[in-house]
Design a protein around this ligand. Structure first.
Ligand code: FAD
Length: 264
């Protein structure tokens, strides 16, 4: 499946929204998860092929030609217009996906598989805890928008500064806490510290925490040890790893997840 770039919007200094459309999306079937994501394939600039391509065939090409798989959350699927919205974090000139979004032109194509997904807010919970960084902003925004207005909800989002904040629909019962890296002495522990300082309400709470691997791991450990969360029902996962390309991260992720079990 592939989409054609139809709109490009600069949402903030670190986020670009790309709206895909066209007949290549005819087979797109959304699921009910609020964290649904696609596996997109970014091709090297000098590649001798372009979407749509035979994935199995191009996977056998040399390193300078092979497509690079990256996961991206569906911010919105509009079933009336058949358009797919994805919000990309831009993080400098390294990597494939962020730079693709920065260079995107109307008419460019992006091939992908999916969507997959595994989380939607538990409506039986007494309240909801959601936290993450820019990479999880789409999943968290979409999840909060699906939580009933009457249901208490505490959201923690870490971004570089106020200009990186991207607001989304929420009710007065949904407390959205923006944390700015530029305003704290240690940005890498800012999300954990904000959650640690939060007065946890009584009752059963639903958990959704995603973002940078080290930060997510520390929060996971804190929630298990200090708040005895049921890790089986919590949605907690690392979306990316600082100073690692996605390829480097995937090569160590299995061991990382195994080591993480020893934290608690
Ligand atoms: C299920 C899932 C859903 C995701 N949804 C989204 C989404 O909707 N939007 C989104 O932007 N990302 C999302 N991500 C994260 C995204 O897949 C990774 O950030 C990916 O590594 C980006 O690829 P790249 O080619 O731009 O950079 P890479 O080639 O992977 O990395 C190049 C360098 O950039 C750094 N880097 C990578 N990502 C970030 C970041 N977010 N902030 C700062 N530095 C970074 C790396 O550590 C590395 O040093 C999701 C990940 C998962 C697993």
């Amino acid at each position: 499946m592939y989409g054609e770039v139809e709109e490009i919007l600069i949402l903030s200094p670190s986020m670009i929204r790309i709206v895909l459309g066209g007949s290549g999306l005819d087979g797109f079937r959304p699921n009910e998860s609020t964290d649904q994501y696609i596996n997109a394939y970014f091709i090297p600039e000098n590649a001798s092929y372009s979407p749509p391509f035979d994935l199995e065939e191009v996977r056998t090409l040399g390193d300078d030609q092979r497509p690079r798989p990256r996961r991206f959350t569906v911010r919105r699927w509009n079933s009336n217009t058949q358009k797919l919205t994805i919000d990309f974090v831009t993080h400098g000139d390294q990597g494939y996906a962020g730079t693709w979004a920065q260079r995107a032109q109307i008419g460019d194509r992006l091939q992908f598989k999916g969507p997959n997904g595994s989380y939607k807010p538990d409506i039986e919970a007494d309240w909801h805890l959601l936290a993450g960084d820019e990479s999880a902003l789409s999943a968290i925004s979409t999840s909060v928008e699906a939580i009933p207005e009457s249901k208490p909800c505490s959201v923690f989002l870490v971004v570089d500064g106020p200009e990186n904040q991207i607001n989304f629909a929420s009710s007065p019962n949904h407390l959205i806490n923006w944390i700015y890296r530029s305003a704290v002495p240690n940005p890498e522990t800012a999300l954990l510290e904000a959650i640690r300082g939060h007065a946890f309400a009584d009752g059963k709470f639903d958990v959704f925490i995603h973002g940078e691997a080290g930060e997510v791991r520390d929060i996971r450990k804190y929630l298990i040890l200090e708040h005895q969360i049921d890790i089986e029902s919590a949605s907690i996962s690392p979306y990316w790893r600082r100073d690692h390309t996605d390829e480097a991260w995937r090569s160590i992720k299995k061991q990382w997840l195994a080591d993480q079990e020893m934290d608690t």
